[in-house]
Design a binder for this molecule. Structure first.
Ligand SMILES: Nc1ncnc2c1ncn2[C@@H]1O[C@H](COP(=O)(O)OP(=O)(O)OP(=O)(O)O)[C@@H](O)[C@H]1O
Ligand SMILES: [Mg+2]
Length: 112
């Protein structure tokens, strides 16, 4: 199992969520976060002045998925989260050691 962490634009989140859902991906943890990437924030121009904005709002989606599904899910996020402009986000894939469902005694449930 893998943890797919996708950081996307807030305005693209709903399209990404809908596309994941259409593919049968339901389990996710969604957080409103602040972040920055290669551009180290942005320079905002307002009334002739330039103000540095260090951190930009993003939406983070955490999904624990089967290894076999990772490539497809990453493809869905890329296809539906992209505007082509800087700041479209990043996708990280991490190994997952175990899953425990609190309601039952079952550890490492087969379905994630
Ligand atoms: N190295 C990193 N570690 C953790 N989070 C990151 C990292 N790089 C980017 N992020 C997260 O991804 C968000 C979006 O990053 P962003 O899309 O600007 O990446 P980028 O590499 O600068 O790509 P682009 O050039 O397209 O803007 C950031 O706001 C931050 O939350
Ligand atoms: Mg960037």
């Amino acid at each position: 199992m893998k943890m797919v962490t996708a950081v996307v634009r807030p305005e693209m989140f709903d399209a990404v969520r809908a596309a994941l859902e259409a593919d049968g991906i339901y389990g996710m943890t969604v957080s409103e976060v602040m972040g920055r990437g290669a551009q180290k924030g942005i320079a905002l121009r307002f009334r002739g002045k330039t103000m540095p904005v260090e951190l930009i709002p993003k939406v983070k989606i955490d999904m624990v998925v089967r290894d076999a599904d990772v490539e497809r899910i990453v493809g869905i996020v890329r296809a539906n989260g992209r505007t082509g402009r800087p700041g479209d986000g990043r996708i990280f894939v991490l190994p997952v050691e175990s899953i425990c469902r609190v309601r039952t005694d079952q550890e490492d449930p087969e379905e994630v």
